[in-house]
Design a protein around this ligand. Structure first.
Ligand SMILES: [Zn+2]
Length: 160
């Protein structure tokens, strides 16, 4: 894809995000994010780095969440936890050392920022931990941990 077209995507996104946030979780933003993460996956696997134009487009969507999320990926803080029954969740060790639980499908995270910025205010598409999971999945650096069905059930219970 022509890198210049990201500029166009990003401009639309910025308008949407700044335009009083009518629908920050809208389909357009989500499609742009999906596209950018796909591009991250393609280019990272080929070159071992994310091209500047993709980084700056991501930065414009995620702003202050992007760098902390990339740091979490770099420090291998993202783990995918799976069990024989096929359930899966992600654990992300936050910058302060606190472990958070994330689900990709719902973009849920157990951190305070998810509760505040994503649910209450609705001005963030996802918190930095879920962003780190998505980047890590795209870049192919997720550590995997197999646990028993009971262990994953216990982890889920802790979230209630
Ligand atoms: Zn979070």
């Amino acid at each position: 894809m022509d890198p210049a077209s990201y500029g166009g995507c990003f401009k639309n996104t910025e308008v949407m995000l700044n335009d009083d946030c009518q629908d920050p979780k809208g389909a357009v933003v989500e499609a742009v994010v999906d596209e950018l993460l796909e591009e991250v996956g393609r280019t990272y696997k080929d070159n071992g780095k994310i091209p500047d134009e993709v980084l700056s487009a991501l930065n414009n969507v995620f702003q202050s969440s992007l760098l902390p999320a990339l740091e979490l990926v770099d420090s291998h803080n993202v783990t995918k936890v799976t069990c024989p029954a096929g359930r899966a969740l992600y654990q992300v060790i936050g910058s302060s050392g606190t472990p958070y639980t994330c689900f990709l499908s719902s973009r849920y995270c157990s951190c305070p920022s998810y509760q505040f910025s994503c649910l209450k205010k609705g001005d963030h598409l996802m918190c930095k931990h879920v962003l780190a999971v998505r980047l890590c999945e795209a870049m192919g650096g997720v550590r995997e941990l197999d646990v028993t069905n009971q262990e994953i059930t216990n982890m889920l219970k802790q979230l209630e």
